[in-house]
Write a protein that binds this ligand. Structure first.
Ligand code: UDP
Length: 464
């Protein structure tokens, strides 16, 4: 239901087929194209589509994906209601195709019941890091945010392997108040369904966050397998069937003319929204940094003339490339000319930055992005925060041009930047080794396959 979940899910299916397993993706029609693209590039993945259940959910018929509803508090609950209406057609399908295992996105908690009904294991895919799963769970258990006097007073997340501090404004409503609204209740259902599942598959690799992988399994008691980085497992970029070939050719040709490590890549994933004023600050900040950059602009927040500084592209000719729409991010990040990444810390982007060995300017906006920022900047030491402290699902604002310029220079110029790059390149190497035959993620998948092959469903009493 969102690109950030579908891209790694398809990569996971590719990975399964590369190890001799049969994989079927069940999707709504809006997300079938990227699966067809994977099929066309030779991966024997099956695709079955279920119609999006608009009827009975109250959703307007043009709504088909999460990014269309995230900033509208009235549409979000309807969207999740629609997802739950998929259960009956889904169960009919499972009965028919009779799989040995179900890998389900976390946004479909009712699949835990389907799996139990059909006596097959359900593996949950959250699409995020061990680190953020640990932060979120320790925060839920200990509620350290209740001990601070103001929104800007830092609190420590107890129990974690590192001293991780946040302020309340960096934390979502659903993390602060479990029962506040439909969405937080939905999140609670997801958590409960995790407990009724066989285990968790994670798009990460052991060497990246070993303390948190251990914390998740040994302290929080979850069964988990690290299969990533999934974007590396199948040698594929994130071709998504969104007609990105032209943007891709243009970007890569432009990068070919640049020196190694000289260009900053700026992209905020598939869902982020900014106010026109923020886009204007960002443009001015990038210009003030004095660096070359590629900037992917997805939501212009209205008429571009409103926010693009006067004669910006003319002034920046040769120094910047603004791409409207979708770009082949993995291929761009891997280009030798790219020297740093300004990212919103969506987990896929973060991991893709790690795989490319890039230092990052972290600019989290919503979801669990503020947690991932902490991992990048304070645990791994491969990024500098731009300084955003405001969790916000709608149009984001509040970051000054000075902060942007300082962040970008911080990862491109000087000794600290060189040190971060050195560490980032080490992680890149570890990432590649993890997915190679004999690497940690390769072993995890071998262990998972063995585990599933000997799976015995819980007895009726245990289910109840
Ligand atoms: N992406 C891309 N081109 C774009 C924007 C995004 O290929 O122009 C991909 C990116 O490589 C990543 C995914 O979309 O795999 C975004 O996922 P992430 O978890 O980073 O953020 P989200 O979109 O979920 O906020």
């Amino acid at each position: 239901m969102a690109h950030g979940h579908m891209i790694p899910a398809i990569d996971m299916a590719k990975l399964f087929t590369s190890r001799g397993l049969k994989a079927t993706i069940i999707s709504t029609p809006a997300f079938s194209q990227p699966v067809k693209t994977a099929q066309n590039s030779g991966f024997p993945i099956d695709l079955i589509t279920l119609p999006f259940p608009h009827h009975d959910s109250g959703l307007p018929p043009h709504i088909v994906s999460l990014d269309q509803v995230t900033s509208d508090p009235t549409l979000l609950p309807m969207f999740f209601k629609a997802l739950s209406l998929l259960q009956h057609p889904f169960d009919d399908l499972i009965k028919r195709i009779n799989p040995d295992c179900l890998v389900s996105d976390m946004f479909l908690p009712w699949t835990a019941d389907s799996a139990l009904k059909f006596g097959i294991p359900r593996l949950v895919f959250h699409g995020t890091s061990y680190f953020s799963l640990c932060v979120s769970e320790e925060m839920r258990r200990h509620k350290p945010f209740n001990d601070v006097a103001s929104d800007s007073e830092p609190f420590l997340i107890p129990n974690l392997p590192h001293q991780v501090k946040l302020v309340k404004t960096q934390v979502s409503d659903y993390n602060l108040h479990e029962n506040k609204d439909d969405f937080s209740r939905w999140i609670q259902q997801m958590r409960e369904s995790d407990a009724r599942s066989y285990g968790v598959v994670i798009n990460s690799f052991h060497e990246l966050e070993p303390d948190y992988a251990r914390h998740y399994t040994d302290v929080l008691g979850r069964k988990a397998w690290s299969l990533g980085p999934l974007s590396l497992c199948t040698n594929g970029g994130n071709g998504n069937g969104n007609g990105n070939e032209m943007n891709g050719d243009q970007c890569l040709a432009w990068l070919d003319s640049k020196k190694a490590n000289s260009v900053v890549y700026v992209c905020f994933g598939s869902m982020a929204k900014f106010t026109p004023a923020q886009l204007n600050e960002l443009a001015n900040g990038l210009e003030a940094s004095g660096q070359c950059f590629i900037w992917i602009v997805r939501s212009g927040g209205g008429d571009e003339e409103e926010w693009l500084p006067e004669r910006f592209e003319e002034r920046m000719e040769g120094k910047c490339l603004i791409v409207r729409g979708w770009a082949p991010q993995v291929a761009i990040l891997d280009h030798p000319a790219i020297g740093a990444f300004v990212t919103h810390c969506g987990w896929n982007s973060t991991l893709e930055g790690v795989c490319a060995g890039l230092p990052m300017v972290t600019w989290p906006l919503f979801a669990e992005q503020f947690f991932n920022e902490k991992l990048v900047t304070e645990v791994l030491g491969i990024g500098v925060p731009v300084g955003n402290k405001k969790w916000q699902r709608g149009a984001n604002d509040g970051v000054s041009r000075e902060a942007v310029a300082k962040g970008v220079r911080g990862v491109m110029v000087g000794g600290a930047a060189a040190e971060m790059r050195r560490r980032a390149v080490d992680y890149k190497e570890m990432a590649r080794k993890a997915v190679e035959e004999g690497g940690s993620s390769y072993h995890h998948l071998t262990a998972l396959i063995k585990d599933i092959a000997t799976y015995l469903p819980p007895k009726k009493m245990e289910i109840m």
